[in-house]
Design a protein around this ligand. Structure first.
Ligand code: F3S
Length: 432
C-alpha cells in the first residue's frame, strides 16, 4: 500500500465530522485508494451506480443500503442509477410477485433518499444534461457505460463497484488511479480489422473476439473507422455510430474486462494523440472474419421457438427505437418483444410516435429494467433472440435462457413469426 494524501477536508470526513454515513463513504474511497496505490483523490463530476436489481443484491444488499441511508449519507454530485429488476409501472401486470417487487422498491427508495436520481438505465450518456465532457473524472460502475465514457467521450472512469460509486458520489471524489492517469490510457493491443463490420450484431461479434483477446488491456482498433459514420452532434440521439459503439464497449467489457478502447482516426484521444498512444511493446491481432464469433454466440442451432426478443442492450437509443418502429409498422407480432430503454428516452420516443407503432404491433417499450436483471424465469421466458453481444453473453448465465444471436432484422422477424429462421442471415449474404 502507498501513502494516500488527503486534504484537511477529506481527513475530517474520514474522522466522522459529517456523520457516520459520510465517514463510511470516505472509508471506502480511501481504502480503495490505498489498495490501488493512488497518490490522492480526484473530484468527480458525476456518479453512476450499477448492481441495483434485487435479483442480484438480495436482502443483505437492501439492508446495507437502507442502513447507509438512515445514517444520513447524501450524494453531492449528480448520480444516476442502473436498471432494476422490473418496470415501475407494469410489474403487477407482468406477474412479478410482491416478494420480489417489495424489496426491490425499498432498495430504490433507499438510494433516492440519498439523493440518487432514479433514472434506472445503463445509458446515462443518452440523457440530455448528463453527457460527460472530455477529461471529466467520473465514478461510474456500469461496465458498458464506463467503456463508452472513456472511449467515445474521452472522459475518465474506472470500473467502480456499485458501493464504491455510491461512496464516491457521497464524498464527491474517487481515488486517482487506473484510467484517471494518462499512462494507463495507452493501448496494449493493436487489433487490425480486415473484414466488414456492418451492423450492431457484427460489432457485438467483434466485441467477442476482441474482448477475449484483450482481457483487461486497452485495445487500439485499426481499419474500424471506415465502418462507422460520424457521431451525431447531439449524442443523446444515438445514431448508427453511437449504437454500434455502445454495443462494442458493452461486449468488450462482458467478454473481456475492457474499460477503454481507441479507434485509430476516430475516438477523441486516438485522433489527438495518434500512434503516441500505443505502448512500444503493443501486441498485434488481425481479425480476418467474424465467423468464429457468430459460431460461439449463436451456439444453439436447434432452438427455433423464441419466447422473447429483447432489443436495447445497452438500453436502446432513440435511433434504435425508431429503427424498430419502422420495421414493425403495420405488422403483428407472434411472440413477446421488449425494447428496453430509459424512461427519459421512452418519453422522447413516445412524442415521436415510435412507442405507439411498436405497441400497435404487440411489442412493449420497456423502461427501468432489462432481460438480464429482471426475473425472467418468473415471467416464463425460456428462450430469446438478440442482436446484442452483451445480452448473448449474460442472459443464458443470469436468466437461464436458451439464446439465438443475429442481426436486428432477423431478431424482429423471429418476433413476427415466433420462430428463428434457420436459413442464412440475409445481411451476411449481402455483397460489400
Ligand atoms: Fe444494460 Fe441490461 Fe445490457 S443493464 S448493458 S441492458 S444487460
Amino acid at each position: 500500500m502507498s501513502v494516500l494524501r488527503l486534504t484537511a477536508e477529506e481527513q475530517a470526513l474520514l474522522d466522522g465530522a459529517a456523520g457516520r454515513g459520510v465517514q463510511r463513504a470516505m472509508e471506502i474511497v480511501a481504502t480503495l485508494g490505498r489498495i490501488y496505490g493512488a497518490a490522492d483523490l480526484v473530484p468527480v463530476s458525476h456518479a453512476q451506480i450499477s448492481g441495483v436489481s434485487y435479483k442480484n443484491l438480495g436482502d443483505a444488499g437492501v439492508a446495507f443500503l437502507r442502513e447507509w441511508a438512515d445514517q444520513g449519507a447524501h450524494v453531492c454530485v449528480p448520480t444516476t442509477l442502473n436498471p432494476m429488476g422490473m418496470e415501475r409501472g407494469r410489474w403487477q401486470a407482468w406477474g412479478i410477485r410482491p416478494e420480489f417487487a417489495g424489496p426491490q422498491l425499498l432498495l430504490v427508495e433507499a438510494l433516492v433518499k440519498m439523493g440518487v436520481e432514479p433514472t434506472l438505465s445503463c445509458t446515462p450518456y443518452l440523457f440530455p444534461g448528463y453527457v460527460p465532457r472530455r477529461a471529466d473524472a467520473l465514478a461510474w460502475s456500469e461496465s458498458s457505460a464506463v467503456a463508452f465514457a472513456n472511449s467515445v467521450l474521452g472522459a475518465r472512469s474506472n470500473r467502480e463497484g456499485g458501493p464504491s460509486a455510491l461512496a464516491a458520489a457521497i464524498v464527491g471524489r474517487t481515488a486517482r488511479y487506473g484510467y484517471h492517469l494518462d499512462e494507463n490510457r495507452r493501448a496494449d493491443l493493436i487489433i487490425e480489422i480486415k473484414c466488414p463490420v456492418r451492423s450492431v450484431a457484427d460489432f457485438g461479434a467483434l466485441s467477442y473476439l476482441a474482448g477475449k483477446a484483450a482481457g483487461n488491456e486497452v485495445p487500439w482498433f485499426e481499419g474500424l473507422a471506415e465502418w462507422l459514420p460520424s457521431l451525431p452532434a447531439d449524442l443523446t440521439l444515438g445514431g448508427a455510430a453511437g449504437d454500434r459503439l455502445k454495443t462494442l464497449g458493452a461486449g468488450l467489457a462482458a467478454y473481456g474486462a475492457v474499460a477503454l478502447y481507441h479507434i485509430a482516426g476516430y475516438t477523441p484521444e486516438a485522433r489527438d494523440l495518434g500512434p503516441a498512444l500505443l505502448r512500444p511493446d503493443a501486441r498485434r491481432l488481425v481479425i480476418e472474419d467474424l465467423d468464429a464469433a457468430y459460431r460461439v454466440m449463436d451456439a444453439d442451432p436447434d432452438l427455433r421457438k423464441i419466447d422473447l426478443v429483447p432489443v436495447g442492450c445497452p438500453h436502446a437509443s432513440l435511433s434504435e427505437i425508431e429503427q424498430v418502429a419502422g420495421y414493425l409498422k403495420g405488422k403483428t407480432l407472434a411472440t413477446r418483444l421488449w425494447v428496453t430503454t430509459g424512461e427519459i428516452t421512452r418519453r422522447r420516443a413516445a412524442q415521436s410516435g415510435f412507442v405507439e407503432t411498436i405497441e400497435a404491433a404487440g411489442g412493449e417499450v420497456v423502461a427501468d429494467t432489462c432481460a438480464v436483471v429482471a426475473p425472467m424465469q418468473m415471467l416464463n421466458v425460456r428462450s430469446m433472440a438478440t442482436n446484442a453481444g452483451k445480452m448473448a453473453c449474460y442472459a443464458p448465465m443470469h436468466s437461464g435462457v436458451r439464446m439465438r444471436f443475429g442481426d436486428l432484422e432477423r431478431c424482429l422477424d423471429a418476433a413476427i413469426s415466433g420462430e428463428w429462421d434457420p436459413g442464412e442471415p440475409r445481411s451476411r449474404l449481402k455483397p460489400d
